[in-house]
Design a protein around this ligand. Structure first.
Ligand SMILES: *[C@@H]1O[C@H](CO)[C@@H](O)[C@H](O)[C@H]1NC(C)=O
Ligand SMILES: *[C@@H]1O[C@H](CO)[C@@H](O)[C@H](O)[C@H]1NC(C)=O
Ligand SMILES: *[C@@H]1O[C@H](CO)[C@@H](O)[C@H](O)[C@H]1NC(C)=O
Ligand SMILES: *[C@@H]1O[C@H](CO)[C@@H](O)[C@H](O)[C@H]1NC(C)=O
Ligand SMILES: *[C@@H]1O[C@H](CO)[C@@H](O)[C@H](O)[C@H]1NC(C)=O
Ligand SMILES: *[C@@H]1O[C@H](CO)[C@@H](O)[C@H](O)[C@H]1NC(C)=O
Length: 431
């Protein structure tokens, strides 16, 4: 698949017009990752000091850490194996899996160019050879035949940004051992793809909606040439008008809200902005994201004919160390962290908490109408995978690009595990 790197990424870097095209794409990519998107500090609580000195805007004044709640505090939107009452699928560790990976860039052509890390010379392969082991139960590795049987005659939609696409491509690659889908897209716009598994009459759709709600590019900001207008109380009909018949929806978002200049509107009035540097406009850090999620869920709850299950795939933090995106920050580790080597803090924690609060509220609201919500609670597991990002292997070494992509995930790689979770949760639904 050939994708336009620019299309997937925030265009806040548009003012940087003097650069050659490839560098511009690179800057755009990195902009998602980077602009003011704070890094994840890795705390070693037992040592009582951060092992790595991160340039993080929050780590010093943000002592709060959050342990993913234990099962008894969790509700039914989280996956738990009912037969083993104590098992929370999302609480665990990475353990070795010598059998992985289950596809390569030679067997699967769906890998996005910039996530094809092996093509661009990534030297180590160990990062592919892990699986998630929940405390107290097993998470089986993805079985493509079983998955396709469960989704026979069904439709699944991904709604989100380039990380949602990353997830979809992982699913297509994992399924490619059994069947490769045909392209049945209704438009030539790569942002809205449809794939059909003819043998199983199973359809995957992707809807490009990095803000989830209505937005347009006409906003201006003096510092960056473009700030996006984001309409916090308006649905994004590009997907909300399309999903009525879908059985499963996987919604995700977050990075665009923290990385990009945006002007927020409510009731057609500017209510504030994020990094827009406009005079007399209030800077709002997380308000916009909370409202956007709320509006996206409201859209789902208001669809009378939508009978599907909505999965919120929780935030997957980026990871930089020894600097930031713009001063040489990297993610060149080759092994996962242990549970005690990382903690969910700062902006990552804030985004995660907003997601959990809003999905719970939406679940409560939607229950009356028979709407179902579940959480693919990936945040902690992915926080433990500093080794899973492309780093510098998202482009040729000779390309004059110095930025590192520590936001997306190499394929094959740890993001494949998201489909292990997805299958397990689908199995629980059909029990
Ligand atoms: C796949 O990766 C290998 C290195 O493992 C590389 O040589 C090759 O060009 C890549 N092929 C494709 C189609 O991406
Ligand atoms: C295929 O699935 C769609 C729903 O996704 C359904 O409407 C249609 O009837 C199915 N076709 C066949 C031949 O089973
Ligand atoms: C900002 O607000 C002040 C005080 O209300 C006003 O004098 C000024 O003109 C405003 N600036 C802009 C750019 O609207
Ligand atoms: C990893 O990146 C750091 C800078 O963050 C660098 O000092 C180190 O040499 C790199 N390691 C490898 C193996 O490239
Ligand atoms: C983390 O836990 C592992 C085993 O569970 C232990 O070997 C290691 O020393 C611990 N590391 C820290 C920094 O506490
Ligand atoms: C690479 O980029 C740097 C900084 O932008 C520039 O000075 C240098 O000439 C470039 N090198 C090549 C080979 O284009």
């Amino acid at each position: 698949m050939k994708h336009n790197a620019v299309a997937e990424l925030p265009s806040a870097g548009r003012s940087i017009n003097a650069l050659p095209k490839s560098s511009k794409s690179a800057l755009l990519i990195i902009f998602v990752t980077l602009v003011l998107f704070t890094v994840t500090p890795v705390l070693y609580p037992s040592l009582n000091y951060p092992l790595y000195l991160f340039q993080s805007s929050f780590s010093s004044n943000y002592p709060k850490t959050y342990e993913i709640p234990q099962q008894q505090e969790k509700d039914h939107i989280h996956a738990s194996d009912q037969s083993e009452n104590v098992c929370d699928l999302f609480s665990g560790e990475w353990v070795r899996n010598p059998d992985a990976p289950y596809y390569t860039n030679m067997t699967c052509s769906a890998i996005h160019e910039h996530q094809n890390c092996m093509k661009y010379g990534r030297p180590d392969t160990d990062f592919m050879k892990w699986k998630w082991k929940p405390y107290g139960c097993e998470l089986p590795v993805f079985d493509p035949s079983q998955f396709l049987e469960i989704v026979r005659g069904k439709t699944l939609a991904f709604v989100g940004d380039s990380v949602a696409r990353n997830h979809m491509q992982s699913l297509i690659c994992l399924l490619s051992r059994v069947e490769y889908p045909i392209d049945v897209s209704y438009t030539r716009d790569d942002k809205f793809k449809r794939w059909k598994y003819t043998t199983y009459n199973f359809t995957i759709a992707s809807f490009w909606a990095p803000y989830l709600i209505k937005s347009d590019e006409s906003g201006t900001s003096p510092k960056f040439s473009v700030a996006t207008n984001v309409y916090l109380d308006e649905f994004n009909e590009k997907w909300t008008s399309q999903i009525n018949g879908f059985d499963y929806l996987i919604i995700s978002s977050g990075h665009w809200f923290v990385s990009r200049p945006a002007v927020f509107y409510e009731n057609h009035q500017i209510v504030g902005c994020h990094n827009c540097h406009l005079q007399n406009v209030t800077h709002l850090k997380f308000y916009g994201y909370r409202k956007a999620l709320r509006t996206a869920f409201k859209a789902i709850n208001s669809l009378e004919n939508f009978k599907g299950i909505t999965f919120l795939r929780s935030f997957a933090p980026s990871y930089f160390e020894n600097g930031w995106w713009n001063n040489g920050g990297t993610c060149n580790r080759t092994k996962p962290f242990r549970r005690n080597e990382t903690a969910l803090v700062g902006d990552n924690l804030e985004i995660y908490m907003i997601q959990m609060e809003e999905v719970r509220a939406a679940e409560k609201e939607g229950r009356k109408e028979g709407k179902k919500y579940r959480v693919l609670d990936m945040t902690l597991a992915m926080l433990m995978r500093p080794d899973g990002h492309p780093d510098k292997y998202w482009h040729w070494a000779r390309a004059n690009v110095t930025f590192h992509d520590c936001l997306h995930w190499c394929l094959p790689g740890p993001i494949d595990t998201w489909n292990d979770f997805l299958l397990q949760m689908l199995k629980m639904e059909t029990r």
